[in-house]
Design a protein around this ligand. Sequence first.
Ligand code: ATP
Ligand code: MG
Length: 183
Amino acid sequence: MRFSRLRLTGFKSFVDPTDLIINDGLTGVVGPNGCGKSNLLEALRWVMGETRAKAMRGGGMEDVIFAGASSRPARNFAEVSLHIDNADRLAPAGFNDHDHLEIVRRITRDVGSAYKVNSKDTRARDVQMLFADAATGAHSPALVRQGQISELINAKPKNRRKVLEDAAGIGGLYQRRHEAELK
Ligand code: ATP
Ligand code: MG
């Protein structure tokens, strides 16, 4: 499974549809302060099912929608699409019938978020589980926020263990156990 393209429409500062092509190897994003580098990383986290507005640096989930600028009116929805190359057929069960996966999340003002996988309506939980099983996802240690390195250095051992567990890909198992215990 490999991320191959991220498309943002009306998401934060990316009002017009913008494609980020993700090639093999390391992808660097460079640009002046405030040009939207962190917004790109947040879009990636958001499409994988992030539910905490704070992780999106917003007060509410709808704050990810383009809020308008002096020359552009605000938008009513934001959409992020993530293309995944699944030629190695390593996607988790239930998502492994295709060589390509396209995950789309759209949030509409006063309506909320909806997800599609290859054009089919999908529950948020199933999208989150797809990425949890693939050892990535909104909370993946592979996505390093600004300031996160110093947080990790100062973290309590228990919190640091959680980072290692997520990196090892057992986050999905914990989530399932937690849900089983609630039933
Ligand atoms: P730095 O180098 O300082 O970390 P950056 O490239 O990471 O900067 P971001 O934080 O990604 O920049 O982008 C910030 C910009 O996004 C600001 O100009 C802010 O006004 C804009 N922005 C954030 N949310 C929205 C929104 N909902 N609508 C319009 N613009 C937004
Ligand atoms: Mg930044």
